[in-house]
Design a protein around this ligand. Structure first.
Ligand code: ADP
Ligand code: MG
Length: 474
């Protein structure tokens, strides 16, 4: 299953030379990030971290991940329209998790008033690892689905060219020609553009809602530029700007600085630290508006870890996707074991099982963005402390996926070049649009491969752990 780079990995001089070429190619191609020291200025930028070599991905699993993406789009959309399901699934969580409770509060408030929004745009990314079975055959297992601020579709659109050049420099032109084209930024922009069009006000703008700290701006600019190319105006604003200058008219049309906003694309708002009181008020204003929110608050809730766990319960998928047995089977095949820690006998048993064998599991709070999960000894200690408290219901438990590691070089600014034992995570971008009851777009829009050294249990690219990669299908 390994990629054919064994000879390269042993040739230190060739690796040194290829790494120099790789870094310059990345800078030229725009695989960029602002620096930690100056996260809000583009005077000094650096390359976003990436692997020297593409990583092997089993082609059958790659195809499987693409084939199930439209099903996941339908599923997320169905959940977002199912108040009873969200209410019931999140009932225990919102008692103990303030952040989810606040999101849920806005959701209920918006429903009570009645939705002004009639066009719904979803951009998600379903992430997987390749679990090594007992007989050594890898299986596609979903880690999570990100329904808000799913990132790196822009930068990853530019890594194929870099890896292609690296392979050529290393004398592997044939392999270079086998790398698949990949352009999620185009697919994401197509979705935003279509939603903008359906909103139906040619003078309205698309608003990217961005964080205070904007290190990953170039990833967003890739999507932004695709929209400008289609003559769609894009503005970038923070919650604070919305609080100060956002308003709704009588028809709940959203205005920013006097411009009507057709689509709000959130690259913000997914973690508690994004919010203070004013930002919560800004979020409510956006959600009440007629503008297409990507995602609306219901779709954000559909991406919570608690919902993911509930989906794995027998019968749940069938209820959410009636009459779609094949889609249900495709989705279910990607699920790892997921367990509820809700108060009760069943939850007690699960907690005891995890404490007895912590290396088999991952303990996950209702958080996004990496670095929040608990593993091994830490998992055991935390769970032991909270096992008799309702606090445990703010977590879910998941089987730990154990992929086969492979050797690669992780290129990072100011870091020595050294070989690492690595594992990868494959994400597929999904884009869909619903107008009223009717699905008018449902696509897989490209992929993202992220790779990290095995000593890190957790964390993505933004968290400084994983790096961008390109799949080499085997
Ligand atoms: P977040 O919302 O913070 O991104 P994830 O569920 O994606 O949360 O977990 C973060 C990281 O932790 C993943 O990118 C992956 O590296 C690791 N991880 C998560 N779940 C598992 C699992 N079941 N088995 C192995 N690693 C996991
Ligand atoms: Mg993740």
């Amino acid at each position: 299953m390994a990629a054919p780079w064994g000879d390269v990995l042993r040739n230190e001089a060739a690796v040194q030379e290829a790494a120099r070429v790789a870094v310059d190619a990345a800078l030229l191609a725009g695989v960029l990030m602002r620096t930690e020291g100056e996260p809000n200025a583009s005077d000094v930028v650096n390359y976003a971290p990436f692997t020297l070599l593409p990583s092997a991905v089993p082609s059958a699993l790659f195809e499987q991940a693409y084939a199930v993406q439209q099903d996941f789009n339908l599923l997320v959309d169905a959940i977002s329209q199912n108040k009873e399901f969200l209410e019931h699934t999140l009932a225990s969580t919102i008692k103990v998790d303030d952040f989810t409770a606040r999101l849920f509060g806005i959701y209920m408030q918006v429903l009570e008033e009645g939705l002004a929004q009639s066009v719904f745009l979803g951009i998600n990314r379903s992430d997987y690892m390749f679990d090594r079975g007992v007989d050594g055959t890898p299986a596609l297992k979903q880690i999570e689905i990100n329904t808000i601020a799913a990132s790196f579709g822009g930068l990853t659109s530019r890594t194929v060219a870099v890896h292609g050049q690296v392979l050529k420099v290393l004398g592997k032109s044939k392999e270079a020609s086998r790398l698949l084209p990949n352009n999620p930024s185009k697919g994401l922009a197509l979705g935003i553009a279509k939603a903008w069009e359906l909103y139906g006000s040619p003078s309205a703008v698309v608003m990217f809602l961005v964080e205070e700290v904007q290190r990953n701006i170039f990833d967003q600019r890739c999507v932004e530029n695709e929209l400008w190319n289609r003559n769609i105006r894009v503005i970038r604003r923070r919650f604070r700007d919305v609080f100060e200058k956002g308003s709704l008219d009588d028809a709940r049309r959203l205005y920013m600085d006097g411009q009507e906003v057709a689509v709000v694309y959130y690259r913000e708002g997914y973690v508690p630290k994004n919010y203070d009181q004013q930002n919560w008020e800004a979020r409510l204003l956006l959600e009440r508006s007629r503008a297409v929110k990507c995602p609306d608050i219901a779709t954000q809730l559909a991406g919570t870890k608690k919902v993911q766990q509930e989906l794995s319960q027998p019968g749940t998928l069938e209820k959410l996707l009636p009459g779609r047995a094949e889609a249900v089977a495709r989705i279910r095949a990607t699920f790892a074991g997921l367990y509820s820690l809700d108060v009760g006998e069943e939850g007690d048993k699960i907690a005891a099982m995890a404490i007895a064998d912590p290396d088999r599991f991952v303990l996950k709070p209702q958080r996004e963005g990496g670095g929040n999960n608990l593993y091994g000894e830490e998992l055991r200690q935390v769970l032991e402390k909270i096992r008799d408290s309702p606090e445990r219901t703010s977590y879910i438990l998941m089987d730990k996926i154990k992929p086969q590691p492979a050797m690669n070089y992780l290129l990072r600014a100011h870091s020595p070049l050294q070989v690492s034992e690595c594992i990868s995570e494959l994400g597929i971008f999904g884009v869909y649009i619903r107008q009223g009851e009717e699905m008018v777009m449902n696509e897989a829009a490209g992929h993202l491969l992220r790779t990290k050294a095995i000593e890190h249990a957790d964390g993505g690219v933004a968290a400084g752990v994983a790096v961008l990669d390109t799949p080499y299908l085997v």
